[in-house]
Design a protein around this ligand. Structure first.
Ligand SMILES: [Zn+2]
Length: 79
């Protein structure tokens, strides 16, 4: 889904490293070396970045389908 801004276990900032990690991973680099270069040392943070699945584009499709219903709700008179 969307990577949390901070690590759930230790609170370290990790969201700023996601784009670089994803780009370098797409180039075929070793995830261990990418995380080492990004200076992600703790196992909890490394685990969160490695196991993250980027599903935002898949989920966004469903949000678009919900828009007409939301529009009818917003056109209802406010009491
Ligand atoms: Zn952590």
């Amino acid at each position: 889904m969307i990577l949390p801004i901070r690590c759930i276990s230790c609170g370290e900032l990790i969201a700023d490293k996601w784009e670089k990690f994803k780009d370098e991973l797409a180039l075929g680099k070793d995830p261990k070396k990418i995380l080492d270069n990004l200076k992600v040392k703790k196992y909890c943070c490394r685990c969160m970045i490695i196991t993250n699945v980027d599903l935002i584009d898949d989920i966004a499709i469903f949000k678009k389908k919900l828009l007409p219903r939301n529009e009818t709700q917003s056109s209802a008179p406010v009491v």
